[in-house]
Design a protein around this ligand. Sequence first.
Ligand SMILES: [Zn+2]
Length: 406
Amino acid sequence: MRKYALVACVAACGCAPPNRPVVVAAEACRGGPAALWLDFEGAGVVHANGDDAAAMPVTSVLAATSAVIPPFDSTVSAPAVTRSQAIDAVVDRVRTLFLPFDVRVSTTRPVAAPYTRILVGGMASALGVTATEAGLARLDCGNATDGDVAYVFAGELTPDYGGVVGVANVAAHEAGHAFGLEHVTAATDVMYAVASPSLTLPELFGLSFGSGSYSSYGAGTRLCSGGDPIDEAAALACNVGLRAGGGDVTSPSLTWNPPASDVATRFRVAFDASDDVGVVRVEVYKNLELIASLDAPPYEADISATPSEHFYVTVEAIDAAANRAVETRIFTAASAPTGGSDGGVAPAGDLAVSDPVPSGRSGGCSIAPPGNAVAHPGETSWPGVMLALACAVAAVRARRRSSGSG
Ligand SMILES: [Zn+2]
C-alpha cells in the first residue's frame, strides 16, 4: 500500500496543521516513467484541496487563495544570456540530476496526464510566503498522487542567490518532494534543506540525489521514510523508476588550460570540448552567473572583473543526453591592467567557506539557522540548497575581500 502524506497547512498561513498525516500504508513501488513539466510561461493558480497540474487554471493545495505566477524572467537569474539559453541551462541541469531515473523533463505540456508541474517564475510573495524561500512543494510520499504542482520562485534567484544553477537545483529539490523525497542532512545532496554556508563552489555545481540522514527541518513529523540513512536513489527508483539501460552514458571531455597568473580585468578563456556523440553546449559561469552559452566551437568567452577581484569561473560541457563535464578555477584580477601571480589555481581544497555570514538579504544572505523552525505553507520547504549556493559565494567574497587581493 502506498503512503500519502499531506503537510500543507501550518502556522505561517494561519491555520492549524493536520491533526495527523493521512498515512495509508501501501503496496508496491509505483515505478515510472514520471513526466516532469518545467513550466516557464506562468499560470493562474487557484486553491483547491488537491493538486491538478492539468487544470486551467491550475489547482493547488499550496495556493492560499488564487495567484498569478508570472513567466520566468531570465534577466533576473541570467542577465548576460538570452531567455532561451537560460531556460536550456536550467532544464539540462535538472535532466542531469535525474539522469539515473525514468523522469521525462519537458518545457511544454506533456501530451498525456499525469504529470508533475513546476511553475518556474515570480516571487515567493505571489503565493503569500516569505521571501526567504526559493521554492515550495507538497511532500507526496511514494509519488502516490497524480498532478502535483510545485513552485520555484525564480524571481528571487539573482546570480548572487544562485542564478540559473539555483533555479535548477531548487526545481530538482521541489520535484524530489513531489516524487516522495524528504529533507536530508547531507549538505551536498539535492534534498538538503538547512541553509548553511558550508559548501564549496564546485560542490554547488555537483549536487546529487544520494543518501543522508533524515532531516526534520520544516517537516515536524517523519512521514515517508524510516531508518537512516535515506537512500534517495532507491526511493526514486521505486517512486519514478530507473531509466532504461543503454543510451549515451558517457560524459563529454573538457580541456582547459587557464592562465597561470593574475588575469586582466577583461580576459578571454578558451576550452576544448568533445563527446562520443556530440557536445550540444558549453556553458561558462562567473561565480554563479551564466555569462556565455556556446552552441559550437570555438568555445571562448570574455570574462570581466574588477581590479583585484577574486572570482571563480566554471565551465561545463553538456551532451544531448545531459551528461556533463565540469571544471572550476579560481582567478584573481590584477590590480594593475595585467600581471600578477596567483590566478588559475585549481580549486581543490581552496574554496571551503567557514566565515560567518551576515544575515539579511542585503549584502549577505537570508539564513535561518538550523533548528529555527520557520513555518511555511506546504512542506515548509526551506530552499537550503539554493541559499547555500548564494551564501557560499557571499561568504567567499567576504573572506577574499578581508584577506586582501595579494
Ligand atoms: Zn524542501
